[in-house]
Design a binder for this molecule. Structure first.
Ligand SMILES: CC[C@H](C(=O)O)C(=O)SCCNC(=O)CCNC(=O)[C@H](O)C(C)(C)COP(=O)(O)OP(=O)(O)OC[C@H]1O[C@@H](n2cnc3c(N)ncnc32)[C@H](O)[C@@H]1OP(=O)(O)O
Length: 249
């Protein structure tokens, strides 16, 4: 995590497995939240993936497949969902700088951010359905908060397949698309946004957070987590994960 001129960068750094999320990465998100809350110097938070291939491929199945029961999965899902809620409700705007594939929980993390800058070649989707579960870190609940047409949001969740960048822009999920260097794209995107004082950015973010608090967003996310944990326990989910992990072996 590095901060430069008020912009705090958080990189998901597991490129050999498409930046899949394990508890170490979640601890990194926890540190990000603590950093923003205590240092008060950040104007913007940017989340991106290391490498050219993936932003994030969601939960690390080689770790999380060991969770078998609803109770075991609920413990992980709720822990991650709570940390990610703290990221979503940071007092400054958040940008998902999508450098590549964002699927599963990776698409959930991109969705909870305030902005999504998507690389032309990137594909993003809630592929959890292919594993016979729903989103489990709040991603479905955040999606319905993003002002997309309801039918487009539901279609994205239930098709459970990665969309290309043009489709992501046309349905209103992507804020903007970029080609070439992601940092150039970020600088261009925020050039007009970073006002001299971050007080204005924080005041606008507060309006959004107030709406989420009044509409009990966190409670609704925890309902999503509970329902995902119930589906997690089913044999069909474990079979789908095993077939992914044993493919090509
Ligand atoms: C935990 C719950 C959470 C939630 O929503 O609540 C979730 O995120 S559930 C969804 C979990 N994520 C996935 O199911 C995505 C799995 N990965 C893929 O679909 C593909 O790997 C993809 C599209 C990201 C890239 O495909 P590509 O063909 O380019 O690469 P490979 O599939 O050959 O992957 C290379 C290498 O990485 C391993 N890998 C990739 N993603 C994960 C992952 N999420 N967890 C663990 N390992 C992953 C893959 O197994 C390959 O390993 P290798 O030993 O080289 O065969």
């Amino acid at each position: 995590m590095i901060e430069k001129e008020g912009i705090l960068f958080f990189e998901i750094n597991r490129p050999n497995i498409h930046n899949a999320i394990n508890f170490e990465v979640i601890e990194g998100f926890r540190q990000l939240v603590n950093n923003v809350r205590t240092n008060k110097t950040s104007k913007l938070v940017v989340i991106t993936g290391v490498g050219e291939k993936s932003f994030c491929s969601g939960g690390d199945l080689s770790v999380f497949h060991k969770l078998k029961t609803a109770e075991e999965s609920y413990s992980m899902l709720s822990t991650v969902a709570e940390v990610l809620y703290d990221v979503a409700t940071l007092e400054v705007p958040t940008v998902a700088l999508i450098n590549g594939t964002a699927v599963g929980g990776g698409c959930e993390i991109a969705t909870l951010c305030d902005y999504r800058l998507v690389k032309k070649e990137a594909k993003c989707g809630f592929i959890q359905g292919k594993l016979a579960i729903t989103t489990g870190w709040g991603g479905g609940t955040y999606l319905f908060e993003k002002g997309m047409r309801y039918d487009k949001a539901l279609k994205m969740l239930t098709e459970a397949t990665p969309y290309d960048s043009n489709e992501l822009l046309s349905i209103g999920w992507a804020t903007d698309l970029f080609e070439g260097d992601k940092l150039d794209a970020l600088n261009e995107f925020i050039a007009k946004m970073i006002v001299p004082h971050s007080t204005v950015l924080k005041a606008y973010k507060k309006q959004l957070i107030r709406k989420w608090e009044q509409s009990q967003l966190f409670e609704r996310i925890m309902e999503e987590v509970k329902e995902c944990s119930i589906l997690w326990e089913a044999d069909v989910h474990h079979a789908a994960v095993n077939s992914f992990l044993t493919k090509k072996k």
